[in-house]
Design a protein around this ligand. Structure first.
Ligand SMILES: O=C(O)CCC(=O)C(=O)O
Length: 318
């Protein structure tokens, strides 16, 4: 899964970089073939509508596959991999937990504000900034030339002075911190880890022919004082072939989580063109639904059950 340059990189050195610089980056840490196979597990073209499974939702220009631990074994294996756990174990002084995760694909344009990720929520709203240590992991699943992750150098050490702000404006950062902006355009498979207290964003872009796909997950040192912190982790039990007390604690077995899955999507977060595409997809199913409804309304249930029995018998005898 991971290339040797990352697997063999000194965990102590990675942790030192995280503590001192607030970030660590490794070019092509994840094998390209692994990513291609993983992306086969995600169908970004099919969005959930009355579908009894986890899957993809849309919020404006971004497609999100949030519950990837429930239907992508390869994502599960990355998030619970030895190297990631080793980094967490050495970085944190106390228990750490996976607090959110998602694969997302940004299409055509985006404008993310400068922010930090040390958020305490009440429902879907930001309630306050917290001071638990935490790490944000990003792995690029496509070559990133545009819309790269950006980080303000050293900001993990002083961002708390802006704890009263939800975001920092582009103008404010441009005026006060322009020389400190670090950008991370990198190849598919590259990994960036950053301190959640660091001020960061994805660089805004507009390009109809560009999209960026990323795996993001966040791990926080959640103490007993923050019970409920984090989104729920829906995990497919079939994947749990590495279950140890350490992994159970990391995944939050038995730990309360009160934040809704991100993003908080609905039909209202779709763009008009997505709604039209959806209507097109729904049309044949709508006709089928009406036909079934009429048949079910006109025929007594016994007749339908007997017809199903006859059809089943015919199939068995064939
Ligand atoms: O996609 C990125 O580069 C940054 C993502 C991010 O900061 C976030 O979702 O909080």
């Amino acid at each position: 899964m991971f290339n040797l340059n990352f697997t063999n990189a000194s965990t102590t050195q990675i942790v030192n970089d995280l503590k001192n610089k607030g970030y660590f980056a490794a070019e092509e840490a994840l094998e390209e073939q692994y990513i291609d196979e993983l992306l086969q597990e995600v169908d970004f073209n099919s969005i959930l509508v009355n579908n009894n499974d986890v899957g993809v939702v849309i919020a404006q220009n971004i497609k999100f596959f949030t519950h990837c631990l429930a239907s992508s074994k390869k994502t599960y294996d990355i998030i619970t991999s030895r190297k990631i756990l080793e980094i967490c174990k050495e970085y944190f002084d106390d228990n750490y937990k996976l607090t959110n995760h998602r694969v997302y694909q940004v299409n055509q344009k985006a404008h993310m504000p400068w922010h930090t990720d040390n958020n305490l929520q009440s429902g879907k709203q930001l309630a306050a900034k917290h001071n638990m240590p935490g790490l944000l992991f990003l792995i690029y699943f496509s070559d990133v030339t545009t819309n790269a992750f950006q980080y303000l150098k050293g900001s993990h050490k002083w961002s708390s002075k802006y704890d009263h702000e939800i975001y920092l404006s582009d103008d404010f950062i441009e005026k006060n911190y322009k020389p400190d902006i670090l950008s991370f355009p990198m190849k598919k498979g590259s990994l960036i880890i950053s301190d959640i207290h660091g001020i960061h964003r994805a660089e805004p872009f507009q390009d109809d022919n560009y999209n960026r796909t990323t795996l993001l997950f966040q791990v926080d040192q959640v103490g007993s004082e923050y019970v409920g912190h984090g989104e729920k982790n829906l995990v497919n039990t079939e994947y749990l072939d590495n279950l140890t007390p350490e992994v159970m604690d990391y995944l939050g077995f038995g730990f309360s989580r009160t934040y809704p899955a991100f993003p908080n999507s609905s039909v209202a977060t779709l763009k008009p063109q997505d709604i039209l595409a959806l209507q097109k997809r729904l049309l044949p199913q709508t006709v089928e639904a009406f036909f079934k409804y009429i048949v079910n309304s006109l025929l007594p249930a016994n007749v339908i059950i007997n017809a199903k029995r006859i059809l089943w018998d015919l199939k068995q005898n064939k």
